[in-house]
Unconditional design. Structure first.
Lengths: 228, 337
């Protein structure tokens, strides 16, 4: 009976237990605020949408500036993202649309074609650079190649504006100059970022497909002519 | 940066780990590095810490509910146990699925199998390009053929670019859409298709050549046609084209033929193999020139004349095209025949 009484009162046997006085009990009973604050820092779910968008836009804009003034920096490689390439590719494809004389037949590079060429070209160049022993990762290379299309997109905008004004031999010469300049700029910018990741004696092997890739895009831009 | 790490930590109660081949090298996309925060942006960081927090929660709950399981009755214990166990099982199933998917991906999409074929130096590529135009006369001893894919691949892409460039005309409407697909399809189709076909014939006649060597040989043999097309798309002289066709096209064909001859035994097999290759290669260059050359002429005619349908399939016979553009009445047409 004593045992059952003891069992029914869980702490019955402890009533005469006292804390030994030679073992000091210390501590802080307050709940630490640290972990929750840490959570708030990394959980971006609660911030306003404007903050999220502005942060990403700022990152993309920062990378655009790096492409405009290409110097050997690792900013493009460290925080890669594919927003910029997507934006540029869509813009370029939209601008290249409608370069057909005959709307019924599939003339001019259609949206899907430009998209496929840009992305598959980038993938092939990335594979090539990895196979040649590059230390750059897949998405970093896609990021660099996509961002370096920016000068060509600017050239496309310029060409379209110029073609709205007039068309003829002089205009063609102007367009040729603009497109050639932007093509050289794109190639130079992308090699400034990509060259560091290659073994030093194989840089030419990596630069050549990049040159071809931007050449094809520049050709598409140059031979664009608006619908009459 | 992209090298794969070792196996992940396994659950104590034995997860679905199959210890397949752990690739030492790196594959294209290491899915194990998808959580790598050396990459992108805040979303990844947030996701990673979210997952870490969840794992902590799961661990904390597991520790917390252990006492409940011990003290409460069986029914309550099972419910508590099932909730927490279910979550753990679901998580583990997801992890195992992702592991297996990434293993399968690494196994099949592993580009490391192609890595040795891209192990070249620029000097070697340059030398091989020049040698592709120099036929070697020794045919009694098997000639050395480099088994490399970088040069051939770049040459095929260059040929595509040259074909596209050959379509430039100032201010004229061009069907870039279908031409782009056609150019890529033509060049790659030729390289891969003819290589496979010649390899098949070589297999039939028991010639000593591997598929890789055939791809490499034919790829480098496209260097001559590249130069010919680059020149003749800018300078439109028929005799120039014929001369270059015979000279450069002939040299590159002779080089390929000599290499094949040195690896084949017997008169008839040699004739079959080398005759086929020579014919196909020379005809291909002819086809590339005339197919696109006539397009340019057709387009130029359409500029000055009536609205011809600006489509590739212009008549091959140039005088006929010019007649159509200039003939004003059927009488003149009839009298021409």
């Amino acid at each position: 009976m004593a045992a059952s009484e003891e069992a029914s009162r869980p702490f019955a046997g402890l009533s005469d237990v006292s804390i030994a006085e030679d073992i000091p009990v210390e501590g802080d009973i307050s709940v630490p605020v640290g972990p929750s604050r840490r959570d708030d820092e990394f959980s971006t779910l609660d911030e306003p949408v404007k903050d999220t968008i502005m942060r990403d836009l700022r990152a993309v804009g920062n990378k655009f500036i790096h492409v405009l003034y290409p110097k050997r920096s690792s900013a493009l490689l460290r925080d890669w993202d594919l927003w910029g390439p997507l934006l540029l590719c869509v813009t370029l494809a939209l601008l290249l649309q409608g370069g057909a004389a005959d709307r019924e037949d599939q003339g001019g590079p259609q949206f899907a074609e430009v998209f496929v060429i840009v992305w598959f070209g980038s993938i092939i160049i990335t594979l090539n650079s990895k196979l040649l022993g590059g230390t750059i990762s897949f998405f970093q290379s896609l990021c660099v190649l996509g961002y370096c299309i920016m000068p060509l997109t600017v050239a496309m905008v310029v060409c379209r504006i110029v073609l709205v004004i007039s068309s003829g031999r002089v205009v063609f010469a102007v367009r040729l100059a603009v497109v050639t300049a932007s093509f050289g700029w794109s190639t130079f910018a992308s090699t400034a970022f990509l060259a560091d990741s290659q073994p030093p004696n194989r840089k030419a092997l990596v630069v050549y497909p990049v040159f071809l890739f931007y050449f094809v895009i520049a050709w598409m831009i140059l031979t664009y002519s608006p619908q009459q | 940066m992209s090298s794969g790490s070792g196996s992940r930590n396994t659950e104590p109660w034995g997860s679905f780990d199959d210890n397949l081949i752990q690739g030492g090298g790196s594959a294209v996309i290491d899915m194990e590095n998808m959580d790598d925060t050396s990459g992108s942006s805040f979303e990844d960081m947030g996701e990673m810490h979210q997952r870490m927090k969840e794992e902590e929660e799961v661990a904390a709950e597991a520790a917390a509910t252990e006492d409940d399981v011990a003290d409460d009755g069986e029914f309550l214990g099972m419910k508590g146990l099932k909730g927490q166990l279910g979550r753990q099982v679901a998580d583990e199933v997801w992890q195992a699925g992702k592991r297996q998917a990434s293993k399968a991906f690494n196994l099949y999409a592993n580009i490391d199998i192609l890595r040795p074929y891209f192990d070249v130096e620029p000097v070697q590529v340059r030398n091989r390009l020049i040698e592709s135009l120099i036929p070697v006369r020794m045919i009694n001893f098997p000639q050395k053929i480099a088994g490399e894919l970088y040069g051939p691949l770049m040459l095929v892409f260059t040929l595509v670019a040259i074909l596209l460039h050959g379509m430039k005309t100032s201010g004229t409407v061009i069907r870039e859409g279908t031409l782009m697909g056609t150019a890529i399809g033509t060049c790659f189709g030729y390289w891969l298709g003819v290589s496979a076909f010649i390899y098949f014939l070589a297999y039939l006649v028991n010639a000593q050549i591997t598929m890789l060597q055939m791809l490499s040989l034919l790829g480098y043999g496209l260097f001559g046609p590249c130069i010919v097309l680059l020149v003749t798309y800018n300078i439109h002289f028929h005799f120039l084209f014929y001369g270059l066709w015979l000279l450069l096209g002939g040299l590159s064909t002779l080089r390929m033929v000599a290499a094949l001859l040195s690896r084949t035994v017997g008169q008839t097999p040699r004739l079959l193999l080398c005759g086929t290759l020579g014919l196909l290669h020379m005809l291909f260059l002819l086809y590339l020139h005339f197919n696109y050359h006539t397009i340019i002429e057709g387009l130029l005619d359409s500029l000055e004349g009536h609205n011809m349908a600006p489509m590739q399939r212009v008549a091959r016979d140039v005088p006929e095209v010019m007649l159509n553009a200039t003939a004003r009445n059927p009488g003149m047409l009839l009298s021409a025949y």
